[in-house]
Design a protein around this ligand. Structure first.
Ligand code: 5GP
Ligand code: ZN
Length: 113
């Protein structure tokens, strides 16, 4: 059992505004939103990042994209949205439990900073 922050949110030991839950995945609002809609979507299984994912993790990684699509529809992100995964400190990862950011509700720029 991992005592990482997102594992503790998964076990409901730390409160979060959960917007979706399945057997394999959890989605909750980011505590420091970078857009009007900013949801984190995680596998319940502790993976430090995408770089340690195995082929056996493909089902939950695929499910997360469908969750993102469904949440984007529910939250009326009709003009567009972005699904971001930061892998490693150099990419901005600060929490070592694999997570995707679903961002929407404002104009996005490219390339990301
Ligand atoms: P990263 O920088 O690793 O890609 O993203 C980590 C995200 O987790 C950040 O956007 C940060 O605001 C969010 N975060 C950090 N601690 C908490 C927390 O305790 N609760 C929630 N809901 N989000 C958190
Ligand atoms: Zn974890």
């Amino acid at each position: 059992m991992s005592d990482c922050l997102f594992c503790r949110i998964t076990r409901k030991e730390i409160p979060a505004q959960i917007v979706f839950e399945s057997d394999l995945a959890l989605a909750f609002k980011d505590i420091n939103p970078q857009a009007p809609t900013h949801i984190l979507i995680i596998p319940k299984k502790h993976l430090t990042g995408l770089s340690v994912a195995d082929p056996e993790d493909a089902p939950v990684l695929g499910e997360i994209q469908i969750i993102a699509k469904n949440l984007a529809e529910q939250m009326n992100l009709t003009t567009g949205y972005r699904l971001v995964l930061n892998n490693g400190r150099g990419a901005g990862q600060s929490v070592d439990h694999l997570h995707y950011h679903l961002l929407g509700g404002r104009r996005m720029t490219w390339p990301p900073g």
